[in-house]
Design a binder for this molecule. Structure first.
Ligand code: HEM
Length: 115
């Protein structure tokens, strides 16, 4: 169980790296598959991590988790809308990609600094 939790934290960190790496450092303004799948992975791995913590006897900060969930939904929405606009050849998606990257950075700061 503990090993599974550690594997999920690893997947969660890789998802964060995919979003921030793509949107902030590598492909600014472009909705890459790494950005979109990273955003989806964060929602999935984050929720499973919460489930595992609740199933064990870990104390979770529910306000922090709730805020992270809202921010992660906003990240995924920005990434999905930007990718859809890219597929349809519509413009004005660079701001959405930037917003997804910035919000993912915000969630990383919340994860690490909110104790
Ligand atoms: C863009 C979205 C997200 C990013 C960038 C992100 C980032 C991170 C990072 C960097 C950590 C490691 C922190 C540490 O070990 O000190 C972490 C842990 C964790 N995250 Fe996320 N996260 C995101 C979304 C979510 C969501 C949606 C949930 C659940 C609703 C969630 C729940 C958790 C939990 C339970 C942990 C385990 C460690 C802890 O107690 O903080 N995360 N997250």
């Amino acid at each position: 169980m503990e090993f599974l939790e550690h594997l999920l934290v690893l997947a969660h960190l890789l998802g964060m790296a995919a979003i921030v790496g793509s949107a902030v450092f590598v492909a600014r303004g472009v909705a890459t598959p790494a950005l979109v799948w990273g955003a989806r992975a964060q929602l999935l791995t984050g929720l499973v991590l919460v489930g595992l913590a609740e199933a064990g006897d870990e104390d979770l900060n529910h306000v922090k988790v709730g805020v992270k969930l809202l921010v992660a939904i906003a990240v995924a929405a920005c990434a999905e809308i930007a990718a859809a606009k890219e597929r349809k050849g519509q413009g004005a998606r660079a701001q959405l990609v930037t917003a997804a990257g910035a919000l993912a950075l915000l969630n990383t700061a919340i994860a690490v600094l909110w104790r």
